[in-house]
Design a protein around this ligand. Sequence first.
Ligand code: UDP
Length: 314
Amino acid sequence: MPAILITGGSGFIGSHLCDKLLSEGHSVTCVDNLITGSRKNVSHIAGNPGFRFIERDIVNGLDDIKGPFDLVFHMASPASPPDYLRHPIETLLTGSIGTHKTLDVATRDKSVFLLASTSEVYGDPEIHPQTETYWGNVNSIGPRSCYDEAKRYAEAATMAYHRSRGTDIRIVRIFNTYGPRMRVNDGRAVANFICQALQGEDITVYGDGSQTRSLCFVSDLVEGIVRMMKSGSPGVPVNLGNPVEMTMLELAEMVIKFTGSKSRIIHNSLPEDDPKKRKPDISRARESLGWEPKVKLEEGLMKTIAYFRAELGV
Ligand code: UDP
């Protein structure tokens, strides 16, 4: 069975990916500096003989980590807006130097390399829904640029290794994803709204709440990532996300309903450069991977609510 390296393997999405790959019988080496990931996310697999955890900032290099690896999943990066706003330089270094260090390992081992990119490469999009052929609308000096430009750089680096060194690469652009193992203080809308609702706190909708997002449950996303890795489409980015779009006000109302909470909705100021709408066009994923999300929003939210209830002890 293939040997696998996952950077950011103890983060929200990375840890679900570790679970899936271990369950398929692969050996998994997870590298994480725990800036936003957590050992708790992988504690249940710590004793699995096929699993190895290395606490390391990938920016400091991976050369001494023994392979060879057949597959490299590059998932490492803060991804929640409050996280990358708190750690802008770390986010830039991870997307740039960290991506080079990870690409160097994949090139050394002749691995297939998969980059976890993001819908943020489209910035505040002028076309809707977003197709992979759209080049984006990113403010290079805005507060979100540390993440958006780091991921755009990571895509450029991945393509450069592919073109000049023949590295076998895949790029997925991940749209908003939610589910168990998001942190309680993660700061993203789903985590904030559910935790606020469960604790009877005001639900903080930013702006008038008319901005839209499209939410994908984590198990669907991980299935898409694994299919992409096994596909034969190097050099072509693929959007992964759920095209069911809603306003953030609708999401807040849904969370109140599903939690049975008495919380009220309040409106706080809208963060600078907050994208007004976002929805993936997933035609390419449907056609090339035979993939589309299966988990309905209500089912995914109920599972996520149950997880946060346990985390908060409420
Ligand atoms: N948002 C909100 N209240 C919160 C957190 C987020 O209204 O407590 C909004 C945010 O302004 C954005 C949307 O919800 O318009 C999604 O934000 P999130 O941080 O989940 O992800 P993003 O898509 O911005 O990366």
